[in-house]
Design a binder for this molecule. Structure first.
Ligand SMILES: [Mg+2]
Length: 225
């Protein structure tokens, strides 16, 4: 555990926040099509259905169910190779990461919902996310999870996966309204509008809706000025 108190910690969501999940799916579809074009179509269709429902879809698990672990390993190698040649980040992601990294005594990490292997696969194939600590969670309500990190000293003790830092200042960026459920009032939240707005009327008052990650930078600069 790192005992130095941080000035701030930024918790960033992966899918549809930093990561262009739709574009990455196109890449995966192309890679799978080399193996089996029907499976590629089925994959894309399933992804669309889940997206409409606002649900998280485990691409990796779906492919494994259809082709097995051994073929998936080959597909994953190819996906990694092709993915790294593309820009799989959303507009403003690189700028936001640079903005946070330029701050004194400030750290950042990715908090993502899903299967550990599937989410690790995405992060590893995304140029620009190298070296960022991440935690894959099965907790849908990330706000409640973050709340659980607050200890008796009223400070947030980040899990070891996110660096084990201690801070009283957290900024949380995510694209799903339900991710903010249970978020403590002293945390600054930004909901990046990804078009899925079920539950948007219930977001806590400390969460601001933004159109892009660039807007997060603008609002952070204003907040901290
Ligand atoms: Mg997301």
């Amino acid at each position: 555990m790192n005992n130095n108190n941080l000035a701030a910690y930024y918790i960033l969501d992966l899918d549809r926040t930093l990561f262009n999940t739709e574009k990455a799916m196109d890449v995966m579809r192309g890679v799978v099509a080399l193996h089996d074009s029907n499976l590629a179509s089925a994959l894309a269709q399933r992804f669309e259905e889940y997206t409409l429902l606002g649900e998280s879809f485990s691409v990796r698990d779906f492919i494994i169910e259809n082709v097995g672990e051994e073929e998936m390993a080959k597909i994953e190698v190819k996906y990694h190779e092709v993915g790294l040649q593309q820009d799989l980040l959303h507009d403003g992601a690189t700028e936001l990461l640079a903005y946070i990294r330029a701050k004194d005594n400030t750290e950042l990490g990715i908090l993502t919902y899903g299967s550990p292997q599937g989410q690790t696969m995405k992060i590893n194939a995304a140029t620009g996310l190298e070296g960022i600590p991440f935690l894959v969670t099965s907790e849908t309500f990330k706000g409640a999870l973050i709340a659980s990190w607050r200890q008796d000293d009223d400070l947030y003790h980040l899990p070891e996966e996110l660096g084990g830092f201690i801070t009283d200042s957290i900024v949380f960026v995510d694209d799903k309204p339900f991710s903010f459920k249970g978020l403590p009032i002293d945390i600054v939240g930004y909901l990046v509008d990804s078009g899925y707005d079920a539950g948007i009327q219930n977001i806590p008052v400390n969460v601001t809706i933004v159109k892009s990650l660039n807007e997060v930078i603008t609002l952070e600069k204003a907040r901290l000025a």
